[in-house]
Design a protein. Structure first.
Lengths: 357, 507
């Protein structure tokens, strides 16, 4: 992208930028909202905090955005992580049980005191993240060192993860009433607090991949792992890193999600979000076969997914029909990636503006 | 009957260019009815391009194909097959989970009342196998329950049944077969031959060429060397036609080589003792000295690439030991080799060399960066500096350092990989077929570069299918045959001595 800045902005340069198609998709959805949903773009200032449908897209999209960051790196190495939803549930269960251990005594005990917690907040958060990182590490070992296909390897945790989460909470849904914890998903500092978390993880990942050699190695391994191996890159370590990091991202997403609904519900937290995260990355233009990736484009992809959901709810599409509508929109977006459609768009641009290709 | 009447197939004056390389140049081949023609040549000779043109995968730039008396223009493998030209590849392209009968008749099963008539299908398949190939097996078993040889025969049966092929191309069908299975396949080939089918057989096993073929067509560097009656050409002269040169010339290269040969140090930079890997390369001793180019000569499959692989640590040797600067290396891996100052330009540029989506710059800095690790990141200005330096030094033709390397021609991609390794400033440089598939000018450039690197005090290993090239660039030549080091020559050797060593004792 840096180089595109130096060159003149021709139509071709713009259409070839990784951000172009995800942004077009997002704009189309927002345009739809602008026309059909009155007040969609209204932003209210409530006691210094900003609220509105647009803000909600960001806030509700934060879990998928967090997952998409980790997923981008995994997909860039040519893999996929199906277990992020289950990892979210595990992290949530660990956090829940450390704040409200009553479930362990096999009793549903409703803590009503918003200041009560069994363990201090930092222990809760660190333990939950550590367990999530372990989940990712496990996936990484299976994929990189045991040479199990990523889809199969992560399917194991996807299936068993929710069982593990239930084991942790003794099969019960743990109520979370501790006020400071709720701030993670529901707090507001002008903007929703979860957005700052997304920004932090995004910045961390960007620094980690673009200010060290890791990003280049990930792209190299994803494009051609044999050549990378011949060049002295330890592709196993790179894969272990990305899966572990993906677990870390899922852990944070798990904290946000459980804080949002005030329970650690092992059966429903993060259910099918792995697919949303994968779609976000695909919409962001990273090929499932691996190679070049763009974190920013994946973020836009996650927003596209969330904007679709939000818009459908706003115009009154019932929840059960939502998945079908989502599928249609996703197909349209993916079509924009087909080389045929792209060259068609380019040819339109070229003929209109008379730019040589 | 005139000769042209006997010909089932004639390819005349075929030419084909790919970006940066003339893959075929005015090649003519004929195939008679009921004949087995061996097509031989080293890597990059043009065998596969020629067959791709015949089967319609690629279109020729010039020349024409006469098949059964008529000029044809195959547009796709399916089209070629419908004309009567069928191909069976090294890897069997069938559904191994289906039964033998299903594989033979897939899409053409006899029907009864709208359903597939399985009794008839199986009977027809069994009858086809028996009649065409004389093979009697249970056709209701899945294909995977049979050996690769049988699977290949099923592939042949399918080719013959569907199109009643008049020309059958067998592309290295025996490379995964054992002796017994090869024998079975040869029996089938002889039966087909007696029925008038013309067979083009591609192999690099000398023994098989002499066992089965009637005539041999030799290609080298995209040009036709000649077609010979198998009975009238000796092994040695066949090999010399495949890899040798016709004229001995004392050229500029030889001068450079003699001059640089004076700087060879006596102590070894790299020393391999009894180094080998079971099933890959027999234990061998090899010393590499500073300032020296060591050529590895031998035919395809003789163990050249395997030797390079174990020296660099791509494959872990299971016998012997390796010393760099007198110290034994224990953890042998590509990364560790880079740290020890060993570099390998791999034979397969596409699969193991370039990372095609990355830019020229990224491809060049990849190995240095791998050596530095994850966190000592070369800054962008440093990366550009290194990249620009080698783009200039090796005159890599690219619009900019930010060009994805896949957009470059083969020769320039090869230079990018060379640049990647030169940038690590290696002491030992192993070059496996560095000039394959690139144009003559670049070839000479790379050969000169190798000698000048040696002069700077590096030790080079030069592997090539072209003996001429190995002779031109190497101070010392190691000959491999059947995965074994069989000879070593220092100083001026003449080509014939080496060809005899390559051909072995039978010559």
């Amino acid at each position: 992208m840096k180089n595109n800045m130096k060159k003149s902005f021709t139509w071709r340069n713009i259409t070839e930028s990784r951000l172009f198609f995800p942004l077009v998709a997002l704009s189309l959805i927002l345009l739809f909202d602008f026309i059909f949903i009155p007040g969609f773009f209204t932003i209210e200032n409530r006691e210094g905090n900003l609220h509105g449908s647009l803000i909600d897209i960001f806030r509700n999209g934060s879990t998928v955005m967090l997952l998409a960051i980790g997923m981008t790196l995994v997909i860039a190495t040519g893999g996929v992580d199906l277990s992020v939803g289950a990892t979210m549930a595990i992290a949530a269960s660990v956090a829940g049980i450390l704040m409200n251990p009553s479930a362990l005594k096999n009793e549903v005990f409703f803590v009503t005191d918003p200041t009560y917690t069994f363990q201090p907040l930092w222990v809760v958060i660190l333990s939950a993240l550590l367990v999530a990182i372990l989940c990712g590490f496990w996936n990484g070992i299976l994929v990189a060192y045991m040479r199990i296909q990523p889809m199969v390897a992560t399917l194991i945790l996807m299936i068993s993860g929710r069982g593990i989460a239930q084991l942790i909470t003794n099969g019960l849904r743990v109520q979370i009433t501790y006020k400071p914890y709720s701030f993670i998903g529901q707090g507001w500092i002008v903007l929703p607090f979860s957005l700052y978390l997304v920004a932090f993880v995004f910045a961390l990942t960007w620094l980690l991949t673009r200010k060290t050699a890791i990003g280049m190695f990930i792209e190299s391994v994803g494009t051609n792992f044999r050549s990378s191996f011949f060049s002295g890159i330890d592709e196993k370590k790179i894969k272990l890193l990305v899966y572990t990091f993906c677990g870390f991202c899922a852990g944070i997403a798990g904290l946000v999600a459980s804080s949002n609904i005030k329970t650690s519900d092992a059966n429903n937290i993060g259910l099918t979000t792995e697919l949303d995260a994968i779609l976000a990355v695909v919409i962001g233009g990273t090929a499932m076969s691996g190679g070049r990736f763009s974190l920013l484009a994946s973020m836009v992809g996650a927003l596209v997914m969330q904007a679709i959901t939000q818009s459908m709810y706003a115009i009154g599409v019932p929840a059960f029909a939502l998945q079908a509508i989502k599928a249609v929109v996703v197909i349209l977006v993916i079509l924009l990636y087909s080389e045929q459609v792209r060259s068609f768009v380019r040819s339109i641009g070229a003929s209109k503006k008379g730019v040589k290709s | 009957m005139s000769e042209s009447d006997q010909n089932i197939l004639a390819m005349e004056g075929i030419g084909k260019a790919f970006p940066g390389v003339q893959a075929l140049d005015d090649v003519s081949v004929t195939l008679r009815k009921g004949e087995i023609l061996c097509l031989v040549g080293e890597n990059g000779a043009g065998k596969s391009t020629l067959m791709k043109i015949l089967t319609g995968v690629d279109q020729p730039d010039s020349g024409r194909i006469i098949f059964d008396g008529k000029e044809i223009h195959p547009k796709s493998p399916q089209h070629a097959q419908s004309l009567g030209i069928s191909t069976v590849y090294q890897e069997v392209n069938l559904c191994t989970n289906l039964t033998v009968a299903e594989n033979i008749l897939l899409g053409r099963e006899p029907h009864k009342m709208g359903r597939i008539d399985w009794t008839k299908t199986n009977a027809l398949a069994a009858e086809t196998l028996q009649r065409l190939l004389g093979v009697d097996i249970d056709v209701t078993k899945p294909l995977s329950s049979y050996t690769v040889a049988i699977q290949q025969m099923v592939a042949i049966a399918r080719a013959l049944y569907i199109a009643s092929a008049k020309v059958l191309i067998l592309d290295e069908p025996t490379s995964s077969l054992d002796e017994n299975e090869t024998g079975q396949l040869f029996k089938v080939m002889r039966k087909l031959k007696s029925e008038g089918v013309g067979i083009i057989f591609i192999t690099h096993f000398m023994g098989q060429i002499y066992e089965i073929s009637d005539r041999i067509t030799v290609l080298r560097n995209g040009k036709l060397v000649g077609t010979y009656e198998t009975a009238s050409i000796t092994r040695v002269s066949l090999i010399s036609k495949m890899i040798g040169r016709s004229l001995v010339e004392f050229d500029e290269m030889t001068k450079i080589k003699l001059e640089s040969g004076k700087h060879i140090k006596s102590e070894a930079l790299l020393q391999a003792k009894g180094f080998g890997l079971t099933g890959s390369i027999q234990p061998l001793d090899l010393d590499l000295h500073a300032g020296e180019v060591v050529g590895l000569a031998g035919l395809l499959g003789s163990g050249r690439t395997e030797t390079a692989s174990i020296l660099f640590g791509v494959e872990k040797a299971d016998s012997g030991s390796i010393f760099v600067n007198g110290k034994e290396v224990h953890e042998h891996s590509p990364l560790n080799s880079i740290k020890q100052g060993i570099a390998l330009c791999p034979e397969d540029r596409k699969a193991a060399g370039i990372v095609d989506d990355l830019t020229v710059r990224e491809n060049i800095v990849l190995a240095i960066q791998a050596n530095k690790g994850w966190f000592k990141y070369l800054s962008l200005p440093e990366q550009y500096e290194i990249a620009e330096k080698y783009i200039e030094l090796l005159s890599i033709a690219t619009p900019s350092a930010d060009q994805p390397v896949k957009n470059l021609s083969g020769g320039n991609q090869q230079k990018v990989i060379l640049a990647r390794w030169l940038a690590t400033n290696p002491q030992v440089l192993i070059l496996d077929e560095p000039t394959r598939g690139i144009d003559v000018g670049t070839k000479a450039e790379i050969q000169r570069l190798v000698l000048s690197l040696a002069e700077e005090g590096k030790a080079c290993v030069f592997i090539s299918s072209e003996l001429e090239e190995v002779l031109r660039t190497s101070h010392r030549i190691v000959v491999l045959r059947e995965r074994q080091k069989v000879a070593e020559f220092t100083g001026e050797v003449d080509e014939n001595t080496i060809i005899h060593a390559i051909a072995g004792s039978e010559a």
